[in-house]
Structure formats: C-alpha cells, structure tokens
Ligand binder design. Sequence first.
Ligand code: SF4
Length: 115
Amino acid sequence: MWRSNGSTSHAGREPAHQAAAVAAGVRQEVAARQRDRAAAAAKNLMRFFRDESCGQCTPCRVGTAKALTLMDEKTWNQPLLGELSQAMMDASICGLGQAAPNPVQSVLKYFPHEV
Ligand code: SF4
C-alpha cells in the first residue's frame, strides 16, 4: 500500500518476493471466497490489489481505487469498468497493476448477469 511518506507495504522486498506475496494473497482470497458470487470475489480481489499497490504509477494507484468505487455500486458501469481495466492493463508498469483488472474482466465476460 502506498503511504504519504513514499514507503510501501512491500518496500525493500525483492521483485520475486513481491510476486510471491501477491500470488499467495490471491490464492488466499480465492480460497476464502469460493462460495461468494463472482462479483463479490472480484471486489475482494480488487480491494487486495488496491491495498498492495505501491503507488508508484497512476494507472494502478488510482485505477484500483476507482475500480473498487465502481464495483461498490449496486449496478456496475460495465463500459466504464471495461475502459478502466484496459487502461490499467496497458499503462501499469508492473504485473500487479496489469493483473488487477483480470477478475473484473472475468466477471464482465462470464457473469454479467451478476452486475
Ligand atoms: S503497477 Fe506496480 S509499480 Fe505501478 S503502482 Fe502498481 S504495484 Fe506499483
């Protein structure tokens, strides 16, 4: 998570450790939320990505927070979430921001009736 003093929750860790931490967090979230609806699971994953974003680049820092706000709405703005997801995938500078929209994309593709 980005902090105002410029530090991050995973500052000082090697990239491989960051990737392992992200993968472990995703596995835990998926396992804990297997009985959730897909939309609820995707929202929990987006919350995880927002909290783990180091804040270095805008598409990830702002995109994860904005996506979570949009996903909190009773009815998702699907076109806007689709555009936001594409921008995050195209412009984020590391795998965390590039992968964060994947759960959203899956819900929009396979479970649009939920949102
Ligand atoms: S995409 Fe990577 S570098 Fe950019 S804010 Fe997210 S975690 Fe940091």
